[in-house]
Design a protein around this ligand. Structure first.
Ligand code: HEM
Length: 488
């Protein structure tokens, strides 16, 4: 009897780890075997495909959501497989995936349109015909229009004048409240400005709804693509349909108005409606809607989040705030006390520019760019199979102590020297580098100017934890007391 029990235990003790090991390596062995059958002696980049079906998705979520140490997801790979490869294989969100995470590997992916196409996880959420999803001549044409409409010096001059009254009014209203949740207030004013710039809509109950739908849409972009009631992805798809309906209605209303008045709206949506290709063909309604939606997706939360982080870091860095205030008060005085800055003032605001770059570096709002291998691609002795998604993990560059000394410390003075080549990719790189990078910088500069010359603020929870999904932000939304500067 005892002998039988001992054998059963021994069997169990041996079998359980073996079963675990088999389960752990099954997916990796499966993918490697399939790769070997097709490609023979070539090698996949180092890494591990995780557990069957889920891959390493749970591990990623654990690092980002529960441990709140997002850099350790890539850090663990660097430790296990070395840094030399520059790329790792993994399996995320239902798909085998390659992660690129060094300056050279990122550059290789971002700057080879012949090898890598764009691939958002769920292209329908941003829109199949949006600038972020299309390639070739259509991409060049749409991108050219967007750059001219929102990112060129001429358009930035106009935008600087359009957005400032709302910024100034918003800050005064925060001071009246005394205590605010910065993320909420900053989102409100950023969205109001975006609605004005892109679709000439004044704040209303409808724009509040649109704002809510965009929030759900953005959350869906980084969710597991499970489409049934109750899931983030399902809610995102539903909100995308609502946004389509509301913007299509707006298009119809504009056409009717243009027929009656012979006048057209001079905003970004109006520009998309008038755009023509070489043959004089205009964009379809779907194309106009997809591009408006994707511009808001690209430019709204990202800018609001950067401004929120600026208030957070400055509250914790009194020396940096003092230098910022000194420069901006001097600027204001040089303009005879006029409170609005112009786009042409910006090159003179040298310290403010450093605060802007440092904020964007640390915020890591877009931690990765999505690509797909259009063909079998060789890199550094490894093979990326055709059709595999490639994540260009830019975040890891900005938090690597080899690239930025003491990378998790907010230090605008580090920008006395430019970043090492290839280590600063907050706006991506190559032919798809952010089409709103100068607009984002402008909005941040304007907000920093008005905040620093007129207000002071203190965090209510300076040690609040940081959540990293869908975007990094302190969990309390940066709650703060907010008041006018005593001197004002
Ligand atoms: C701090 C704020 C921002 C950050 C960190 C940011 C980051 C990025 C990144 C990393 C990309 C490259 C994605 C890729 O390679 O696939 C990108 C693309 C893009 N961004 Fe931004 N962005 C910001 C603000 C804005 C703003 C304000 C707008 C405009 C309203 C904008 C519009 C776009 C567009 C249209 C693209 C696609 C460009 C293309 O595919 O040719 N972004 N952004």
């Amino acid at each position: 009897m005892l002998a039988t029990m001992a054998i059963s235990w021994a069997w169990l003790l041996g079998a359980v780890p073996l079963l675990f090991l088999a389960f752990w390596h099954a997916a990796d062995v499966w993918y490697r075997a399939a790769f070997f059958l097709k490609h023979g002696k070539k090698c996949l980049p180092p890494g591990h495909m995780g557990v069957p079906f889920l891959g390493e998705t749970l591990s990623l979520l654990w690092y980002f959501k529960h441990a709140r140490r997002p850099d350790e997801f890539i850090g663990a790979k660097k430790t296990a497989y070395g840094k030399a490869a520059g790329m790792y294989r993994t399996h995320l969100f239902g798909s085998p995936t390659i992660i690129a995470c060094t300056p050279a590997a990122n550059k290789f992916v971002l700057q080879s349109p012949e090898n890598f196409g764009v691939q958002w996880p769920e292209p329908e959420l941003v829109g199949h015909t949006s600038v972020v999803n299309v390639e070739g001549a259509t991409h060049t044409r749409l991108r050219g229009f967007i750059l001219a409409a929102i990112n060129s010096p001429r358009s930035l001059r106009t935008i600087a004048a359009v957005v400032q009254p709302r910024v100034v009014a918003a800050l005064a209203s925060w001071a009246d409240k005394g205590t605010i949740v910065a993320a909420t207030e900053i989102k409100r004013v950023t969205f109001a400005n975006i609605c004005m710039m892109f679709i000439s809509m004044e704040p209303s109950p409808l724009t509040e709804k649109i704002d809510e739908w965009f929030g759900n849409l953005v959350a869906g972009l980084r969710s597991f693509p499970l489409d049934f009631p109750g899931t983030t992805f399902h809610r995102a798809r539903k909100c995308r349909r609502k946004l389509n309906a509301v913007f299509r209605e707006e298009l119809q209303a504009r056409r009717k108005k243009a027929m009656a008045t012979k006048a057209e709206d001079d905003d970004v949506m109006g520009g998309f409606m008038r755009m023509e290709d070489e043959q004089g063909k205009k964009l379809s309604d779907d194309e106009v809607v997809d591009n408006i939606v994707s511009l808001v997706v690209a430019g709204y939360e990202s800018t609001a989040s950067a401004i929120t982080w600026a208030t957070y870091h400055l509250a914790k860095s009194p020396d940096a705030l003092a230098k910022l205030r000194e420069e901006n008060l001097a600027m204001s005085e040089s303009k005879g006390g006029l409170s609005f800055i112009t786009h042409d003032d910006i090159p003179k605001m040298k310290y403010t520019a450093k605060v802007v770059e440092e904020t964007i570096r640390m915020a890591n709002i877009a931690p990765m760019a999505h690509r797909v291998a259009k063909r079998e691609v060789e890199y550094n002795g490894y093979t990326i199979p055709k059709g595999w998604p490639v994540l260009v993990w830019v975040r890891s560059l900005h938090t690597d102590p080899n690239n930025f000394q003491d990378p998790l410390t907010f230090n605008p003075d580090r920008w006395d020297e430019p970043a090492k080549p290839g280590t600063y990719q907050v706006f991506g790189g190559g032919y798809r580098v952010c089409a709103g990078n100068m607009l984002a910088r402008l909005q941040l500069t304007i907000m920093l100017h008005h905040l620093s010359i007129g207000y002071e603020w203190e965090l209510l929870n300076p040690d609040a934890e940081i959540s990293y999904l869908p975007h990094p932000k302190p969990v309390d939304g940066v709650a703060m007391t907010f008041r006018k500067l005593a001197t004002k």
